[in-house]
Design a protein around this ligand. Structure first.
Ligand code: ADP
Ligand code: MG
Length: 339
């Protein structure tokens, strides 16, 4: 008799969940990205006890058929990629087919969804990886995913969660970042007691910036634009006087995905150069659109870091566009001298 056994699915899902779901904010990110991939124009995120007791995300996206609503909870089940070469041209935020399986293996999940053209909605409940039979239910078009009692069956993980206030702040940050990434989508983030944040969804990033930092800050931003090869850049950068004492107000989005990329961050900072005091960091929201073949978002399960194959050129584009915007702001702000 051999000693090796293939582990039960629920156990494999729980292990995999460790990489995808670290805290309520990771559920918020995965669910919001699913809503965005479903073409939602309105996304509402509700948090109970900072999301530890419950995270609910409701969208008006394309919804799922009853069959898909069941399949969605299987690991490696996705509507977004079909064959290996699709991995080299990912346009959606999701593609790993892991999030719902992972979340449902460590929480009590209710999915209510209704696709356009369906007579009614369907309710699917999965608790710690155990799926209940689906039930028909009245529902508007779109999808609601409710994640209750995160880590109820993995106490070791539960122990690592912070206070509800801290967890709520992290979830809110996720919503804010996604809403800046998608000004065309109206976001609401709320608790049982109050609305924490919302955006109008009119496609104007300045309006989202205003919701985040106030109208005055948003008005001062400088617009930038540029292109190099297959890569287009647009966005906003703050004036040197708007700089802050941490880097967390510099936002970078590639093909609609919030990303962290130290090389690009440094390129922005080089453009500011001496214009910033020591210990001050620029604020910005930069949107890069490029051929998906140039990006590998598959570096990490949370897809927060990406690998860029033409990083140097893209950095040069960013640096020169930011510098040009700052230079022209200096010119218009300076008194005109006639010669
Ligand atoms: P992935 O996003 O990587 O495909 P997920 O586990 O997050 O994997 O979701 C599995 C599938 O469930 C998706 O591919 C999609 O077809 C469907 N799905 C998930 N959330 C939604 C939603 N909010 N609206 C419509 N379909 C959804
Ligand atoms: Mg997903």
């Amino acid at each position: 008799m051999g000693k090796i056994q293939v582990m039960p699915k629920v156990m494999a899902d729980q292990i995999a969940a460790g990489e995808v779901v670290a805290r309520p904010a990771s559920c918020v990110k995965e669910l919001v990205e699913n809503s965005l991939d479903a073409g939602a124009t309105r996304i509402e995120v509700s948090l109970a006890e900072g999301g530890i007791a419950c995270v609910t995300v409701t969208d008006d996206g394309e919804g799922m058929s009853p069959e898909d609503a069941l399949l969605a909870f299987h690991r490696h089940a996705t509507s977004k990629v079909r064959e290996p070469r699709d991995l080299a041209r990912i346009r959606t935020l999701g593609f790993r087919g892991e999030a719902l399986a992972a979340i449902a293996s460590v929480a009590r999940v209710r999915l209510i969804t209704r696709a356009r053209g369906e007579e009614s909605g369907v309710l699917v409940r999965v608790e710690g990886g155990e799926m209940h039979p689906p039930e028909p239910i009245g529902a508007p078009f779109g999808t609601t995913l409710e994640v209750r009692d995160l880590f109820f069956n993995t106490p070791a993980r539960l122990k690592y969660l912070r206070s509800p206030q801290t967890e709520q702040a992290r979830s809110l940050e996720v919503v804010q970042r996604e809403s800046l990434a998608h000004p065309e989508v109206a976001f609401v983030c709320k608790t049982e007691r109050q609305v924490l944040f919302q955006t109008p969804g009119r496609g104007d990033a300045r309006e989202v910036w205003a919701a985040l930092y106030g109208v005055g800050e948003a008005r001062m931003l400088l617009e930038i634009e540029g292109a190099a090869g297959d890569c287009a850049l647009r966005g906003y950068v703050g004036r040197p006087t708007q700089a802050r004492s941490s880097r967390q107000h510099g936002y970078l989005f590639i093909n609609g995905r919030p990303v962290r990329n130290p090389a690009l961050q440094q390129a922005v900072e080089r453009a500011y150069g001496e214009r910033l005091m020591v210990g001050r960091y620029p604020v910005y929201a930069l949107y890069l659109e490029m051929d998906p073949a140039l990006i590998d978002p598959n570096v990490h399960p949370q897809k927060w870091e990406v690998r860029l194959s033409e990083e140097r050129d893209i950095c040069a584009l960013v640096e020169s566009a930011v510098r040009a915007a700052l230079d022209s702001a200096m010119l218009t702000a300076a008194p005109r001298v006639r010669t």
